[in-house]
Design a protein around this ligand. Structure first.
Ligand SMILES: *Cc1c(COP(=O)(O)O)cnc(C)c1O
Length: 401
C-alpha cells in the first residue's frame, strides 16, 4: 500500500518568536526601565544579573562580559596564558573554543572526542601534555558536561588550570555540581540561540576565586584598577545593561525551558523506536546521574547519507543543522598547527555523521513526530527496511575491517 503524501506544517529549527511572546510584556518593561535610567553599560542591571547567575550556577562569583568568546579570552588572560603556552581542548566544538586560545597567543592542542558523548576523551589527554601545557579547556558540548572528575585529576597531577567552555551548558550538572563550578573559570554565552539567550551578544564568567574575579572585572574594562589607571592592558568586553535586564526576565523561565527540552529528548527517543529507526539513527546518550540541558539534540546517521537526509528534511520544511561540519584541527586558519586528516578520527567521523534536530521548549509533540517521520521519509521514502539492512551491513563491514 502506497503511503499518502505527507503534508506537514513546517517545523523551524529554532523559534525565538514563540519564546518571546509570553515574555513580551515583561521584557519591554525591563527595556523601558533601562531607557528611563539611560545607563547602558554595566551598572546595577548587570550586577543584579551577575548575582542571579552566580546563584543559579552555585558559583561564588559571576562576571558579566560582552560574549562567550570574550569570556574565554578573558579567562585565559586572567590565568596569564599567552605566547609559548599550550591549551588542550576539543576540536569538535564551535570555532571560538579554539580561536580564543589562538587569540591570546597560545597554541591550541586538540585531543579527540569520545564518540558517545562527543566530549573530549579523558583517556587521550595525558599523551598531549607537554612542559608548555598550561590549561585544559573542556567543552560541555550540546549541553552535557565533559568527564570532569577524570579531567580534574589529570589537571591536578600536572598542575594545569581548567577553563570550562560552558557556552552550551548553563544549568547542566555533573555529579550534582553545576557547569561553571567544575574548573577554575567557567565561560557562558548569551548568544540568542543558547539556552539562555539575550537580544544580542553577551557572556558571563564564573569562578570560586575572588582574586580571579577581581582580575576579570579589571580585564573587561581595559585592565583598569580604577578609572583611568591601568596596571595592564585588558579588553573592552563589558556587558550592556539592556542585555542584563532582558536576561534577568528570561532567567526565571530557564528551568522550565530546560525541563521541556529534556521532555522533548525523551519524546524523540520513543518516536525513533516507534518508527523503527533505532538501527539507523544513533540518538544521544545521557548519563542518568547528570543533568543534560540539551542545547542541541544531536543524532548520528550513516556517513555519506547525512547531507542527503539534511536536504530532504529541508525540502520537507523541517529544520535541522550540522554542528559542526569541520573539526577545528582541519580549519584552514589552523593549518599552521600541521594536523592532517585522520589525526583525530572520532571528531572527523562525528563531523561527517551528526545532525541536530529541533529541541527548543516550545515544540509540541506533533512537531516532534513530524521531524521523526520526516527522517524516516528521508531515509527511504515509503519504507525503511532496505536502508536498515544496508546500515547494519555497513556497520558489520566497519567492524570486520
Ligand atoms: C556559542 C559558543 C561560544 C561563543 O559564544 P559567543 O557568545 O557566540 O561568542 C563558545 N563556545 C561554544 C561551545 C559555543 O557554543
Amino acid at each position: 500500500m502506497a503511503a499518502a503524501p505527507l503534508q506537514n506544517n513546517p517545523v523551524p529549527f529554532i523559534d525565538l518568536v514563540a519564546q518571546y511572546e509570553p515574555l513580551a510584556e515583561e521584557t519591554l518593561a525591563a527595556v523601558h526601565r533601562v531607557f528611563s535610567e539611560q545607563k547602558f553599560i554595566l551598572g546595577e542591571e548587570v550586577s543584579d544579573l551577575e548575582q542571579e547567575i552566580a546563584e543559579y550556577c552555585t558559583a561564588p562569583e559571576a562576571i558579566g562580559c560582552s560574549s562567550g568568546t570574550d569570556a574565554l579570552i578573558l579567562a585565559l588572560m586572567a590565568l596569564n596564558i599567552g605566547p609559548g603556552d599550550e591549551v588542550i581542548t576539543s576540536p569538535f566544538t564551535f570555532f571560538a573554543t579554539g580561536s580564543s586560545i589562538h587569540r591570546v597567543g597560545a597554541k591550541p592542542v586538540f585531543v579527540d572526542i569520545d564518540p558517545v558523548s562527543y566530549n573530549i576523551d579523558p583517556d587521550k589527554i595525558e599523551a598531549a601534555i607537554t612542559p608548555n601545557t598550561k590549561a585544559i579547556m573542556p567543552v560541555h558540548i550540546f549541553g552535557q558536561c565533559a568527564e570532569m572528575d577524570r579531567i580534574n585529576k589529570i589537571a591536578d597531577r600536572h598542575n594545569l588550570f581548567i577553563v570550562e567552555d560552558a557556552a552550551q551548558a548553563i544549568g547542566a550538572e555533573y555529579r550534582g555540581r553545576r557547569a561553571g563550578t567544575l574548573g577554575d573559570i567557567g565561560c557562558f554565552s548569551f548568544f540568542p540561540t543558547k539556552n539562555l539567550g539575550g537580544a544580542g551578544d553577551g557572556g558571563m564568567l564564573t569562578t570560586c576565586s575572588s582574586e580571579l574575579a577581581t582580575r576579570l572585572k579589571q580585564l573587561r574594562v581595559h585592565g583598569q584598577t580604577s578609572v583611568y589607571y591601568h596596571q595592564e592592558v585588558g579588553l573592552n568586553a563589558r556587558l550592556d545593561s539592556l542585555q542584563a535586564a532582558i536576561l534577568r526576565v528570561k532567567l526565571k523561565s530557564l528551568d522550565s525551558w530546560t525541563e521541556a527540552r529534556q521532555q522533548n529528548a525523551a519524546c524523540y527517543e520513543e518516536l525513533f523506536q516507534h518508527y523503527d529507526l533505532n538501527d539507523i539513527v544513533v540518538i544521544p546518550e545521557s548519563n542518568s546521574q547528570d543533568r543534560h540541558v540539551y542545547n542541541q539534540y544531536t543524532v548520528r546517521v550513516l556517513e555519506g547519507r547525512r547531507d542527503e537526509i539534511l536536504q530532504s528534511l529541508r525540502d520537507q520544511q523541517i529544520g535541522a543543522a550540522v554542528y559542526y561540519p569541520v573539526p577545528l584541527h582541519l580549519q584552514p586558519c589552523f593549518s599552521y598547527l600541521e594536523y592532517q586528516k585522520g589525526d583525530l578520527p572520532e571528531s572527523e567521523r562525528a563531523s561527517a555523521e551528526v545532525l541536530s534536530l529541533p529541541i527548543y521548549a516550545e515544540l509540541v509533540s506533533s512537531q516532534l513526530e513530524t521531524v521523526v517521520r520526516g527522517i524516516s521519509e528521508a531515509i527511504a521514502p515509503g519504507s525503511t527496511e532496505g536502508i536498515a539492512r544496508l546500515y547494519k551491513d555497513d556497520q558489520q563491514q566497519q567492524r570486520a575491517a
